[in-house]
Each structure stands twice: as structure tokens, then as C-alpha cells.
Design a binder for this molecule. Structure first.
Ligand SMILES: [Fe+2]
Ligand SMILES: [Fe+2]
Length: 231
């Protein structure tokens, strides 16, 4: 029988994006120059949000199907990992550190994630040649951008406030978030739900399959890796 450690190691290997070897070399340099900086959990989440917005814009502002497919795949890859990363690391922290208000925030955000995941599941199976490809992504983005706004303007500031009494807690949560993203699915699985530990178990089961299939998907050639430590 495989141990969890064996599964985790093989997932970490598969989590590397094969098409981006040059970018990975570039990342190492970028990473070493920023490694000394501490990153709060808000910084880490907001960085992902800006990258998602960039990938979205690459798809909707292009007429080239190959370009759209590559950035659409990149968008899916990042959003799937970002969402489950939040569900495993950030939303439980709302509940732990903010009592009833935190529980309400977490439940509300999980509901929004579910809607986004359903739309992502439809989008991730589409081809850029499909006339519905861009409209579907725009539909997804209209829900996601509202959710992102709430997280950035309301949820994350409340979390940082709650964490401010314990020095370094936000930074260590940012590290956990980065590491967790390496082990989670890179495609949308709305049927897995949004509540740990079920999501954790489903993640362990589906992530290796998703990561293996990523080897055969097209990604942008010059993508700068958002979290080099998780690639
Ligand atoms: Fe979220
Ligand atoms: Fe988010």
C-alpha cells in the first residue's frame, strides 16, 4: 500500500509544469532575489488574483486560438489550485480566528467557489475554436471578479486583523498556502465539495491524475511561475 508520503512526493514531482523549463530557470533567479522577503497570506492571495486577471485578459483580448488555449489552460490550472488552496488553508483560518463571523465568511466563500468551479469545469473542457469559449470565460469571470473583490476588500483585511496579535502567523500561513497548492488538483472537481477533510482526500486522489494530464496540455511558453517553490 502507498503511504501518504509516497503519494505526496510523487505529486510534488508531477506538479512541475513541463512546458516551462526555460521559465523555471528564470524563476529560480527571480525567486532567490525575493526569498528573503516575507509574504503575508493576503499578499500571496492577491498575487494569485492578479495573475488570474492577467491570464483572463490574454484570452479575451486575443484572436489567436492557440494563444487563447494556452492561456485558458493556464487560467484553469491556476484557478483550480488557488481555490482548493484557499479552502484548505484560508477558510479554516477564518473559522478558527474569527468565531461566528469567520464561519459565516467561510460558508459564503465556499458557496461562491462552488459556483465558480462548476463554470470552470465547463470551461476547462472547451476548445478555443468553440465560439462559446470566450463567452463562457467571461461568464465565469463576472462571478469570480466579484468574489475576488470581496476577498480583497473584506475577508482578507479581517483575517489580517485577527492574526495581528500573533507575530509571523500570516507569513507562515502564506507558506502553507504555497506548499498546499503543489498537492491539490489542477482541474476543477465541483463534486469533491469545498469542505476539508473530504476535499483533502479527493485532492490526494485526483491531483496526480490532473498533474499527469497537464503533461499533454498546451501552456504559455513564457509564463513566469507565480509560486516557484510549488512548481
Ligand atoms: Fe476564493
Ligand atoms: Fe481568492
Amino acid at each position: 500500500m502507498f503511504s501518504l508520503r509516497t503519494i505526496a512526493i510523487s505529486q510534488r514531482r508531477l506538479a512541475s509544469r513541463p512546458q516551462n523549463l526555460n521559465a523555471l530557470r528564470f524563476d529560480k533567479r527571480a525567486f532567490s532575489s525575493t526569498a528573503a522577503k516575507t509574504t503575508s497570506i493576503s499578499d500571496a492571495i492577491i498575487k494569485d488574483h492578479r495573475e488570474l486577471e492577467q491570464y483572463y485578459n490574454e484570452v479575451i483580448n486575443s484572436n489567436n486560438h492557440d494563444h487563447q488555449q494556452r492561456f485558458g489552460n493556464q487560467f484553469t490550472w491556476e484557478l483550480a489550485r488557488h481555490s482548493v488552496g484557499e479552502e484548505l488553508v484560508v477558510y479554516p483560518a477564518f473559522e478558527k480566528h474569527m468565531g461566528a463571523q469567520g464561519k459565516e465568511m467561510a460558508d459564503h466563500d465556499r458557496k461562491e467557489h462552488h459556483r465558480v468551479k462548476e463554470l470552470l469545469k465547463e470551461f476547462q473542457n472547451m476548445k478555443a475554436e468553440d465560439p462559446a469559449y470566450v463567452p463562457k470565460l467571461k461568464e465565469l469571470w463576472s462571478v469570480l471578479s466579484e468574489h475576488i473583490k470581496e476577498e480583497e476588500e473584506k475577508d482578507l483585511p479581517s483575517l489580517e486583523q485577527a492574526l495581528s496579535s500573533a507575530s509571523g502567523q500570516s507569513e507562515s500561513m502564506a507558506k502553507s498556502f504555497g506548499h498546499t497548492k503543489a498537492f491539490v488538483p489542477s482541474r476543477s472537481h465541483p463534486s469533491a465539495g469545498e469542505n476539508p477533510p473530504f476535499e483533502t482526500v479527493m485532492g490526494l486522489m485526483t491531483a496526480p491524475i490532473d498533474h499527469l494530464a497537464d503533461l499533454f496540455r498546451k501552456f504559455p511558453d513564457k509564463t513566469i511561475s507565480p509560486n516557484p517553490s510549488t512548481k
